[in-house]
Design a protein around this ligand. Structure first.
Ligand SMILES: Cc1cc2nc3c(=O)[nH]c(=O)nc-3n(C[C@H](O)[C@H](O)[C@H](O)COP(=O)(O)OP(=O)(O)OC[C@H]3O[C@@H](n4cnc5c(N)ncnc54)[C@H](O)[C@@H]3O)c2cc1C
Length: 448
């Protein structure tokens, strides 16, 4: 009898280009398992919007595995404990998994020891190998990109194995419905379903469709009113499509060059976590530890609920609440507004995004928040204060605002970015731009 092997699935919920799956299938009968681990990440346990996604993604993966004569085993608790238990129960000889860079996963991987066979596959390149001349992690994206580009294009994606050998006896599995991942009472996710279909099949379909449009990406990616980006971020976060599959789906021509460069940001943020695992909690520049943040529950709530009186900010925050996603340009504007206009600690915004984004990703979220704040190792730009009204006009956000802020539905193009009359109870500005700017600059000067 050949001992089975465990395939430990995390943010790599796919069958195509799945090196851990391919190796496991070559080694023996495969037991695919997903462990819902709310212990290891501590305060970074999966947020509510991600849980909605996870429920549907696991359903889809279970069906895809069943079509191959396999199953998805579900367990809940500490991943290390549950995997050790499962290995003892089944006599599994090894655990195969794709490498991840969140600090809690690195810790779990170390605890599993020699039993664990790790494979690269969720990034464009193995990130421990993309280093500076002195062997450290890059702190600046442009330098990281130069080093990564030398290794591009990435390796060709692996095909789905023809068959998945099943064990003689399947171990027990928990029921997905028992995990209560979907919101009830109230069901705040009713706006998610029209926008999203979690799962590998949809991720691959979207990548194929986007290949037709990728040439327009540079011109359209900053315009929130048009669908000019791939909207693949939650699929990438949950590993329903691998970045190298996506790279190759779009071709290596000049058309896709800008997109490839944006996709590489994902690799950069994971790579930065290797050097600074607590980046989600700690200023990249310690000088900012002394910054006097304002504590205002009322202002934070106004921002979260999209009631700041700045239409572009409010549209973004309402898009986020309704759909679990926000356009990248608007994420920058809304984040800058919280940090600079309201002078509220970037970590408050980061936590809100963590709970409300379907694509919430420890590396991408923390690095981008710190980048906008100017507190990060990759930016020193406290003084860069985005002007929300100017940004709204520049990127032609009128129709986007009308879509997400119904109070302003009938406002003219001339008025939409900063309506003089505030129709239908739309609030006055929470603070004037000039006043906010001066306050933020003064706070920055005080820590010099
Ligand atoms: C304050 C703030 C917080 C953010 N939090 C997250 C987050 O939690 N999760 C997340 O995936 N992205 C985050 N981003 C980055 C970016 O906004 C999203 O990746 C992007 O909007 C997703 O939409 P898309 O898939 O259509 O992007 P596309 O433009 O189609 O890009 C394709 C992919 O490239 C990667 N990518 C693109 N831009 C970035 C970037 N700046 N940083 C890292 N990866 C990038 C993403 O995986 C994205 O899906 C954040 C940005 C800001 C300013």
């Amino acid at each position: 009898m050949v001992n089975p092997v465990i395939l430990w699935l995390r943010q790599d919920l796919r069958l195509h280009d799945q090196p851990a799956l391919v190796s496991a299938a070559q080694a023996g009968p495969v037991i695919p398992v997903y462990v819902l681990d709310d212990e290891a990440p501590g305060r970074w346990r999966m947020g509510a919007a991600q849980r909605w996604w996870l429920h549907h993604a696991l359903n889809a993966l279970g069906e895809a595995l069943a079509a191959k004569g396999s199953r998805l085993i579900l367990r809940r608790g500490s991943a290390v404990r549950e995997l050790q238990k499962l290995a003892d129960e089944t006599g599994a000889s090894a655990i195969h998994a794709i490498r991840h860079y969140e600090p809690w996963w690195i810790d779990a991987e170390e605890k599993l020891g020699e039993r664990l066979c790790l494979h690269d596959g969720n990034h464009l390149a193995p990130l421990r190998d993309v280093t500076t001349g002195s062997g450290g992690q890059f702190k600046i994206y442009s330098a990281f990109w130069r080093a990564l580009s030398e290794r591009m294009p990435p390796e060709k994606p692996l095909p789905v194995p023809h068959s998945l050998p099943a064990p003689d006896h399947w171990p027990s599995s928990e029921k997905l419905s028992g995990w209560d991942l979907l919101p009830t009472n109230p069901n705040w996710a009713t706006g998610f379903a029209p926008d999203w279909t979690p799962g590998e099949a949809e991720a691959l379909r979207k990548a194929k469709d986007f290949a037709e449009e990728v040439g327009d990406y540079p011109a359209r990616r900053d315009m929130p009113a048009v669908e000019g980006t791939s909207r693949l971020s939650p699929h990438l976060h949950f590993g329903e499509i691998s970045p190298r599959s996506l790279w190759h789906a779009l071709g290596s021509g000049a058309n896709a060059a800008k997109f490839h460069k944006e996709l590489a940001w994902r690799d950069f943020t994971s790579s930065l976590l290797l050097a600074m695992p607590d980046y989600g909690d700690r200023n990249g520049r310690p000088a900012f530890d002394k910054l006097k943040w304002r504590k205002s529950a009322a202002d934070l709530k106004a921002w979260q609920q999209g009631c700041t009186g700045y239409p572009i900010v409010d549209a973004g925050m309402r898009q986020l609440w309704t759909t679990g996603w926000m356009h990248n340009r608007v994420r920058m504007i809304a984040a800058s507004f919280l940090i600079k206009h309201l002078l509220i600690d970037w970590r408050e915004g980061e936590r809100w995004f963590w709970d409300t984004l379907v694509d919430a990703d420890y590396g991408n979220n923390s690095v981008n928040w710190q980048w906008v704040a100017g507190t990060g190792v990759d930016s020193n730009m406290w003084g860069r204060i985005m002007a929300p009204l100017g940004q709204s006009e520049k990127f032609d956000a009128g129709d986007y605002i009308r879509q997400w802020v119904p109070e302003l539905r009938d406002v003219s193009d001339a008025q939409i970015h900063d309506p003089e009359d505030r129709p239908n109870g739309y609030p006055e500005k929470i603070i004037g731009h000039r006043e906010a700017r001066e306050r933020a600059l003064a706070a920055g000067r005080a820590i010099r």
